[in-house]
Design a protein around this ligand. Structure first.
Ligand SMILES: O=c1ccn([C@@H]2O[C@H](COP(=O)(O)OP(=O)(O)O[C@H]3OC[C@@H](O)[C@H](O)[C@H]3O)[C@@H](O)[C@H]2O)c(=O)[nH]1
Length: 470
C-alpha cells in the first residue's frame, strides 16, 4: 500500500446534529481522496443511529465508526438546556476514554480490523481537549469549526470587546447600537448581532456556554490549523482576519454540496417520508418551509404568533416541529397548525430530509433559525431566507444574510404575527431577493467545482493532512 494511502484521520465531532452532518460530509471528502477515516461518535449516538451507521461503514472499507461515553445518563434528553453538562461530560468522561482509544489507534496493529494507525486528528473546534490530547500523544491535530467564519471571528473578538468596554452592554442599553472591535464588521454589526449569550454578560457573570466557546476559539490559535465549512466568496474578509490569527486556515465548504454524505447516516430523527410527496402536489415556489434546526425550542405563544403570521401570509407551509420543541403543548399545537391552515395547505412533521426539501421546486422561501448548516444549505439551493436566530452563532449568521449577502431578511428578536406575515411575503414575492439568492448560489457552485476556491482549498487540506501524516 503506497505511503499516501496510509494517511488515516480520526474525526471527532460534538455529538449534536449540525456538527455530525458537516463532519460526515468532510469524512466523505477524505474517503474520496483515498484516505482512511475513523469517525468517533458517542456511545449514545452510535446506539441511536444504529443500522444507518452500519450501512455507511459497509459502503466504504476505509471508513469505520467507533465511540466513547459522553458522561451523561442514558435517559438524559441531551437537549439545548443540557449543553453545558454535555460539554462538561465530554471534557471529563469522553476525554479519558478518547485518550486511551487514540493511544491504541496510533500504534501499528492497534486494532484487529487491519486499519492502519491513526496519523492525524480533526476534532470539533469547541473541544480543545481533543487537539491537546492528540498532540500529547504525538498525533497532529486540526480544529474544525462547523460554524461560519464571521461567527468565529466574533467569538475571537470577545476579549477585545471587553477591553474596549463594548462588553458588557450597559444595563438597558440599545441593542441597535453599533459594535466596534470585530474586524471587518464595524459598518453593520450591532449589539443584537453578537451571540445572544453576550446579552447576559455583566462584570460579575459570564454565560458558561459563551465562556467555553470563547476559550475554545482563543485556544484554536494553538491547533495546527483551523478548518471551516465555508467559502471565500461568502466570507473573504472574516477568513482574511482569521488567517492572521491562526497557524493556517482552510475554507473548504460548503461540504454538503462538494462531498454529500447520505443524510440518514447522521440523522438523529427519522425523516418523514410523506413531506416530499406533499411538496410534489404544490405549485412552483409556492410553499414556505419552516425549520428551526435540531436544538431550538419555542414557547406556545411564539408558536401561535408564527402560525397566525404564516396563515395570514396566505401560502401553504411545510413546518418541522421536532418532538421536543414545544414541550407539553406539542400535540395541541400540531392540531392547531393543521386546522388553522385549512385542508391540504399545511404539512407539519417532526423531521424532514432538509436538503431534498430545499432543493424542491415547490419551496419558495425558508424560515430558518440561521444555524450554519441550514444557512449554507439554503445558500447552495438559492432559496430566499427569513431568519429567526435562537442562540450561539445564529445571531451573527442572520445579520450576514440580511445586511451583507442580502439573500434573505433578518427577523431576529421579533416574533409578532404581523411581522411574520409581512416578512414572509417579501421573501416569497421580492424579485430582488430571489435574484440575489440565485446569484449567490451560482457563485458558490463555481467555488466547489473543479478549480474553484473551495475545491482547491480542500485539495490543499488533504495535502496538508498527508504531510502531517508522513
Ligand atoms: O427536519 C430537519 C431539520 C434539520 N435537518 C438538518 O439538521 C442540520 C441542522 O444544523 P444547523 O446548523 O442548521 O442547526 P443546529 O441548530 O442543529 O446546529 C447547531 O450546530 C451548528 C451551528 O451552526 C448551529 O448554530 C447550532 O445550533 C442541517 O444539516 C439540516 O439539514 C434535517 O435534516 N431535517
Amino acid at each position: 500500500m503506497a505511503a499516501a494511502d496510509m494517511a488515516h484521520v480520526l474525526v471527532f465531532p460534538i455529538p449534536a446534529q449540525g456538527h455530525l452532518n458537516s463532519f460526515l460530509h468532510f469524512s466523505t471528502g477524505l474517503l474520496r481522496a483515498g484516505l482512511h477515516v475513523t469517525f468517533l461518535h458517542t456511545d449514545h449516538n452510535l446506539r441511536r443511529l444504529g443500522a444507518a451507521v452500519r450501512e455507511a461503514a459497509a459502503a466504504s472499507p476505509r471508513l469505520r465508526f467507533l465511540s466513547v461515553p459522553d458522561g451523561l445518563p442514558d435517559d438524559d434528553p441531551r437537549d439545548v438546556g443540557g449543553i453545558p453538562q454535555l460539554l462538561e461530560g465530554l471534557r471529563t468522561t469522553a476525554s479519558a476514554a478518547y485518550r486511551d482509544l487514540l493511544a491504541s489507534l496510533r500504534r501499528a496493529g492497534g486494532t484487529a480490523d487491519g486499519f492502519p494507525p491513526v496519523t492525524c486528528v480533526v476534532a470539533d473546534g469547541i473541544m480543545p481537549f481533543a487537539w491537546d490530547i492528540a498532540e500529547e500523544l504525538g498525533v497532529p491535530a486540526i480544529a474544525y469549526r462547523t460554524v461560519s467564519a464571521c461567527s468565529v471571528l466574533a467569538y475571537l473578538s470577545v476579549p477585545k470587546l471587553i477591553e474596549l468596554g463594548e462588553l458588557p452592554f450597559p444595563e438597558g442599553g440599545d441593542l441597535d447600537e453599533p459594535i466596534r472591535g470585530v474586524p471587518g464588521m464595524e459598518s453593520f454589526l450591532r449589539r443584537r448581532d453578537l451571540p445572544v449569550q453576550c446579552r447576559s454578560l455583566t462584570n460579575t457573570y459570564q454565560d458558561p456556554l459563551l465562556e467555553a466557546v470563547v476559550a475554545a476559539t482563543v485556544h484554536s490559535r494553538k491547533a495546527r490549523a483551523l478548518m471551516l465549512n465555508t467559502t471565500a466568496s461568502l466570507e473573504r474578509s472574516s477568513l482574511a482576519h482569521l488567517a492572521r490569527e491562526m497557524r493556517d486556515v482552510f475554507a473548504v465548504g460548503p461540504l454538503h454540496a462538494m462531498s454529500p454524505a447520505p443524510a440518514v447516516a447522521t440523522s438523529l430523527w427519522r425523516h418523514d417520508d410523506g413531506c416530499l410527496a406533499w411538496l410534489d402536489s404544490q405549485a412552483e415556489r409556492s410553499v414556505v418551509y419552516i425549520s428551526l434546526g435540531s436544538l431550538t425550542v419555542i414557547s406556545h405563544e411564539q408558536f401561535t404568533e408564527f402560525l397566525h403570521g404564516l396563515v395570514a401570509a396566505g401560502y401553504p407551509f411545510l413546518w418541522v416541529l421536532r418532538p421536543d420543541m414545544l414541550g407539553a403543548s406539542q400535540d395541541a399545537a400540531l392540531q392547531e397548525a393543521i386546522a388553522a391552515a385549512g385542508e391540504g395547505r399545511s404539512c407539519v412533521v417532526p423531521w424532514v430530509p432538509q436538503r431534498d426539501v430545499l432543493r424542491h421546486r415547490a419551496v419558495g422561501c425558508f424560515l430558518t433559525h440561521s444555524g450554519w448548516n441550514s444557512t449554507i444549505e439554503g445558500v447552495v439551493e438559492g432559496v430566499p431566507m427569513v431568519c429567526w436566530p435562537f442562540f450561539v452563532d445564529q445571531q451573527v449568521n442572520s445579520r450576514f444574510v440580511g445586511a451583507v449577502w442580502r439573500n434573505g431578511l433578518d427577523m431576529k428578536d421579533v416574533c409578532e404575527r404581523g411581522v411574520v406575515e409581512g416578512t414572509v411575503r417579501v421573501a416569497m414575492e421580492s424579485a430582488e431577493v430571489r435574484r440575489t439568492a440565485r446569484a449567490l448560489a451560482e457563485q458558490v457552485e463555481r467555488d466547489i467545482a473543479d478549480g474553484g476556491a473551495s475545491a482547491l482549498e480542500f485539495k490543499r487540506l488533504v495535502s496538508f493532512i498527508r504531510e502531517l501524516s508522513s
